[in-house]
Design a protein around this ligand. Sequence first.
Ligand SMILES: [Zn+2]
Length: 296
Amino acid sequence: MSATAITRTGTHSTAYLQLPGGWFHNNAGWITGERHTLLVDTCATEGRSRALLEAALGPEPKTSLTAVLTHAHGDHSHGARQVVEQDGAVYAADSAVEEIHAGPHTYPELFEYADWGSIDPPEHITPVTGRTTVDLGGTRAEIHPVPTRAHTDGDLVIHHPDDGVVFTGDLLFHGVTPLALHGSVAGWLEALDWLESFRAETLVPGHGPVVSHADSALAQQREYLRWLLDSTTEALPDFAALEERARRGWPEWHDAERHSVNLRVAHAENRDHTPDIADAIAAMLGAAGNRIPLEL
Ligand SMILES: [Zn+2]
């Protein structure tokens, strides 16, 4: 079961958390100025995205709306159509726009779920190609493309300097196993250094509870990604033994079946190969025991 928690992260910014943050239970949020609301991400289903929009705007919206999608994954992007239906504009990284338009991606081979609602992507999504400042009226938000391939090849973070908050998208997972299926482990490590350079007081991760700068979530994730690369340098690693070590090393993280994918992505990177996504997914299904049921 998941629970939604709405947490103020400053005068203008609010985190919308779907805890504990497992498969398709992503975080979103919004930053509100005098004239404009910047929504950060949407949710996996039409119903959840509608609930998010209502929480962000209230029953009678007083501001205009823009949504920034931190990346193409469906949990963060499936509500883009609802934003456009509320006369909002939608922004995403250049390569994420292409990926979103190729969707919606619901991965029926991986997940048992059918009730997505209306999640077809809207016709127009504006690509973000560089750092972009959005004037919200009395305060500004900044959209930053992540400089490396990290969680995906089209990640954005949103910085609100007045509140000292960064919405990290899936650059950061908190209490949930990160997923490197569509990204790069080495690039992700670099991106975490870049993320630290914002020196934000508060980080809203893509999944899991809000992180204060004193928390160890970022250090833990760095340690994990480093371990993935360091433990998969052999030509034929014992993946089953490594998965077991990962489960023991990070026992509190949800969705441990992702270790099997992450290890294979890291192994491919160590050998300069493109990861075999089908093989990685088959390994994850093996680790999960079956198709993964979703409760959305
Ligand atoms: Zn993601």
